[in-house]
Design a protein around this ligand. Structure first.
Ligand code: ZN
Length: 169
């Protein structure tokens, strides 16, 4: 399992829900979690590891404990607006301010099928909105103003050319 990066097409897929969690799914989710820590990330969504399912691993505190694998998450409510710098493991080398809701109410299922509901703000709210976007094939780049995106044109071209070279090898 490897990290998928821009412009990989899997990052543009709208992911399907997981109807049941098989042992194979569990093993894959665990590998996803390992990869998240190895990559120094606080969150990872299915498509980032080539898995087109609505699954997210998240550990904001990076403490390695508590519920860290979430299935079929949904944002039930969002309010307010806040802009903060954001980056993405799948778009290495780019950080930019992104506008997000300030507060959200999130519902998801654990790997044991328990429903959890959380009211979040600050970094957890931002991280969740970022991961939810991934499940819908949206990258944080899509949320930048065109003029801001222009600033990163060179870097995006490098990523695109790097992907083409890998393909032709
Ligand atoms: Zn991301």
């Amino acid at each position: 399992m490897g990290l998928k990066t821009y412009p990989d097409r899997i990052l543009r897929v709208r992911c399907r829900p997981l109807k049941e969690v098989t042992d194979q799914d569990l093993a894959q989710a665990q590998r996803m979690l390992d990869l998240m820590y190895e990559s120094d990330g606080i969150g990872l969504a299915g498509p980032q590891v080539g898995w087109d399912r609505r699954i997210v691993t998240l550990d904001i505190e990076r403490e390695g404990k508590g519920e860290r694998i979430f299935i079929n998450p949904r944002i039930l409510h969002s309010e307010g607006e806040v802009e903060e710098e954001e980056g993405c493991l799948s778009v290495p080398g780019i950080w930019a301010p992104v506008q997000r809701a300030a507060k959200i109410t999130l519902a998801a299922y654990t790997i044991r099928g328990e429903r959890v509901e959380q009211e979040l703000e600050g970094l957890p709210a931002r991280a969740w909105q970022h991961e939810m976007d991934h499940l819908n094939g949206i990258l944080f780049l899509d949320r930048l103003e065109p003029t801001a995106l222009m600033t990163f044109r060179q870097r995006l071209r490098e990523l695109e050319e790097g992907a083409r070279e890998n393909e032709s090898q």
